[in-house]
Design a protein around this ligand. Structure first.
Ligand SMILES: [Zn+2]
Length: 317
């Protein structure tokens, strides 16, 4: 991991944690990957990292990662390329045609940027994050941002949003239940919540096991379809209206297969994401793209694609 240990003397302290889904305090070790210890809850099937570094638990690492990683040209080019959020946008649009949207963990603001560019007059969008430099970039691209911790954010009124998106956020959180509870409060009646997390039962994880690059210290929660459902059921006012799995990157599988299971640096991950995105835009590779889309569709049906997605709607309960 390329994190700045030099000025984060006490961020590297380890903190223990209960199950992020049911709160149970006992867990059994499943496996280790270098410094990372992955456990399974003693009461429910949730798999999570325990202990974790304080810098990941309190989020301070994300502010520090902001400059060198989120704002690196490779990461920005990859995130701002049109195909990056194409699937998420299509899904989002199906459920939420207009209204106030809060993108939690918006980072450099690429999702909201694409949303505003594609549907300029339909949404009032707010991006929220704790990574300062990433938000500066989002703001420079015209996105309205809030520099607050989401669970405590006082500027978000209850029952005010038609949608809350949490794209690749829940897997990073020490206590994701606080984010879900806040979402249940800020959503208007009938509003939608979109959650995307890595799928711990994906083809990639089944093939690679701990060698998979996304089993790494930044990811502290490893959801399956079952544990994601269990997690969202802890908030009774949110009901599941749609589930799927999406995204498939065979290059990641090929690369990680050859590797000995070391952590892949942020720079290298960003470089590959950018490369994959540019393949998706290349006309020469159109036939390959078509074949891959077929594979992704099949994996998606079998719930074996890289990420799990769940859409929730706020009901009157
Ligand atoms: Zn549990």
């Amino acid at each position: 991991m390329l994190i700045m240990k030099s000025n984060t003397a006490d961020s590297s302290l380890l903190v223990g944690r209960p199950c992020p889904v049911c709160g149970h305090s006992e867990a059994a070790e499943r496996f280790r990957k270098k410094s990372l210890r992955i456990v399974q809850c003693g009461r429910c099937p949730m798999i999570f990292a325990n202990p974790i570094e304080k810098g990941w638990a309190d989020g301070s690492y994300y502010d520090q990662l902001s400059g060198p990683f989120f704002l690196s040209q490779n990461k920005l080019d990859g995130d701002y390329a049109k195909p990056r959020f194409a699937r998420e946008l299509r899904l989002f649009r199906k459920f939420c045609p207009r209204g106030t949207v809060i993108d939690v963990g918006c980072s450099t603001g690429a999702f909201l940027y694409q949303l505003n560019v594609s549907f300029p007059s339909d949404y009032s969008a707010i991006g929220l994050d704790i990574a300062g430099p990433a938000l500066d970039h989002a703001e420079s691209k015209g996105t309205r941002v809030l520099r607050e911790s989401y669970p405590e954010a006082t500027s978000l009124a209850d029952n005010s949003a038609q949608a809350v998106t949490l794209w690749a956020v829940m897997e990073h959180l020490d206590d994701p239940r606080r984010f879900l509870a806040k979402t249940a409060r800020v959503l208007a009646q009938g509003g939608y919540c979109f959650i995307l997390v890595p799928n711990f039962r994906s083809l990639a994880v089944r093939l690679l096991g701990p060698k998979y690059r996304y089993i790494f210290p930044q990811h502290v929660n490893y959801f399956t379809r079952e544990t994601l459902r269990h997690f969202v059921s802890t908030e009774p006012s949110l009901r599941v209206v749609y589930e799927t799995s999406m995204h498939f990157n065979p290059i990641v599988i090929a690369q990680d297969w050859r590797r000995g299971g070391e952590f892949v640096s942020d720079q290298e991950r960003a470089q590959l994401l950018k490369r994959t995105t540019s393949y998706k835009q290349s006309p020469i590779l159109a036939p390959v793209k078509l074949a891959l889309a077929g594979v992704e569709a099949a994996l998606s049906l079998l719930y074996l694609a890289d990420n799990s997605v769940i859409v929730l709607q706020k009901t009157s309960r």
